[in-house]
Design a protein around this ligand. Structure first.
Ligand SMILES: [Zn+2]
Length: 508
């Protein structure tokens, strides 16, 4: 059976309900086919979410909790496919002689299979053609000559959205051309447009406001929906379609500054020549030096109105500023007991020099105190993350409930400005031959998608994968009669049981 998988970044039930007139095809599938919430990873950003998706593993078993990796001195580097050690679904499909097309999936560079791949926007490249693998891909699919993967951030919100619309249009052309050729057994496309628009207008769309922003966003939703309609009309009759998102969206009441909180509680100390926590790797040429705007950032992040006003100019400033921007005070690694490296991780690490006895005490103390803070929830990483990479995943993980987690070191703990940001609930939808209709899939997790894909394709699931095959098949279908097969693994029974327990315990 051929399989088409659409990774509609950030698609969620709320936006689909609010914009159902603009997305009638998707809404029809929601009502008439198999669907449900798809619980994502924590952190709920691209690095970990799409990695769990493509490996069928929990964060503890792939170790990727960020876009970035840090060396001992907190210098940053972007992660690449080489850092992704666990095997991906398309490698397994390729080994089983299935022809794959993979578009825009993070960490596909350097390529792990012969083709066909369009590497993702996360990869550092000079020309767009550098993303195509094999290089001859654009000869077979001429629409790639106009392929775009990034919207222009350095303009106004409307200009940004218009540029995002152009990205979508170019990707729609590629998807159609690839699917029309019917050359692949497994076609997978990540389309990021819904993430782009929800960052700018999620609450306006949910509140059904009509303004310049929502007019563009609704037009974008209509274009995306027409693509789904086209796929339905042009796919082979027995082809299956899966639609998945890596996270959802929600409105947060504001930001919780975890490092400011640690500083105010005495666990984190700043210093003039302290370590700078950076969150962005400079992809372009080296800049002329540093400019310190940390005092200004701290000042702004205490003032909701000013923050809201200046937020949109921040990207523009960072891009055109000829200097590397220092946006927060450095921290004193010797005197600091606990710190969070990045907004994209929301994990607290401890100073390496503290003894294991002190560590136990500190963890208990911090968990108690953090769980008294409103609108967030703190968990012990020993219980939350289990697997080969447990040790790299810090000590305490914070779940953003009502407040988004921000790692800026300032002097106030909270900023009360409503924020449209990623939530933990993505979506899973499936339809096609053998898949149940009008049914809700329960307890689906992002790492369950790969075992489900492999089952549909008739390929055994590696036993060491954390995910399970989702119960989405029609009782009469061959897929339900076909036993779930496993291939061998090197994980011990004891490790597996520990993992099962830890997954059961997490209630998010
Ligand atoms: Zn996003």
């Amino acid at each position: 059976m051929k399989l088409i998988i659409l990774g509609l970044d950030a698609l969620n039930h709320n936006i689909l309900e609010a914009c159902k007139e603009d997305m009638p095809t998707l809404h029809k599938h929601l009502k008439e086919d198999m669907q449900g919430l798809l619980k994502t990873t924590l952190p709920n950003y691209t690095g970990s979410t799409w990695t769990s998706f493509q490996t069928g593993n929990n964060v503890g078993n792939h170790g990727i909790a960020n876009f970035l990796k840090y060396d001992k001195h907190f210098n940053l580097q972007l992660l690449t496919g080489e850092d992704l050690k666990a095997r991906t679904f398309y490698e397994i499909a390729h080994e089983n002689n299935l022809k794959c097309f993979i578009m825009n999936l993070p960490y596909t560079y350097p390529p792990k299979i012969k083709g066909d791949i369009i590497c993702s926007w996360l990869h550092v490249y000079e020309k767009i053609e550098d993303l195509f693998h094999p290089k001859s891909l654009s000869e077979r699919y001429p629409s790639l000559k106009n392929y775009k993967n990034r919207a222009n951030r350095s303009r106004s919100v409307i200009k940004y959205l218009n540029s995002a619309e152009e990205v979508l249009e170019s990707q729609i052309d590629v998807v159609k051309e690839v699917l029309a050729a019917k050359e692949h057994d497994l076609s997978f496309f990540v389309i990021p447009i819904l993430d782009m628009i929800q960052h700018k207008a999620f609450s306006d769309l949910i509140d059904k406001k009509i303004n310049k922003k929502t007019v563009v966003c609704k037009r974008i939703c209509q274009k995306l929906d027409l693509l789904i309609k086209w796929i339905d009309e042009n796919k082979d009759e027995d082809a299956g379609v899966l639609i998945v998102s890596d996270h959802g969206f929600k409105v947060y009441e504001g930001k919780f500054f975890v490092n400011s909180w640690l500083k105010n509680q005495g666990y984190l100390k700043t210093a003039k020549d302290g370590i700078q926590l950076k969150e962005v790797v400079n992809r372009r040429q080296k800049k002329r030096g540093n400019i310190d705007i940390s005092k200004l950032v701290v000042f702004i992040k205490k003032r909701p109105k000013m923050f809201k006003l200046l937020e949109n100019f921040y990207d523009l400033f960072i891009r055109y500023c000829p200097f590397d921007v220092i946006k927060q005070p450095g921290f004193d690694i010797e005197k600091t007991k606990a710190y969070c490296r990045s907004t994209f991780e929301s994990i607290i690490f401890f100073n390496e020099k503290i003894t294991s006895k002190e560590k136990v005490k500190l963890k208990k103390e911090l968990l108690n105190a953090l769980n008294k803070v409103e609108g967030i929830e703190a968990h012990d990483c020993d219980e939350f993350y289990c697997g080969k990479y447990r040790k790299e995943l810090g000590e305490i993980v914070i779940i953003p409930e009502r407040f988004e987690i921000d790692s800026t070191i300032g002097d106030t703990d909270f900023l009360y400005v409503k924020r449209d940001m990623h939530s933990l609930n993505g979506i899973f939808m499936a339809y096609g031959k053998g898949i149940k209709k009008r049914c809700e899939v329960k307890d689906a997790n992002i790492y369950d998608v790969v075992p489900t894909i492999l089952h549909i394709l008739g390929i055994p699931t590696p036993k060491d994968m954390d995910g399970k095959v989702l119960n989405i098949f029609d009782n009469e279908s061959e897929l339900v009669k076909q036993p779930i097969q496993f291939s061998e693994t090197d994980r011990t029974e004891e490790e597996k049981e520990l993992l099962r327990e830890s997954i059961r315990d997490i209630k998010i």
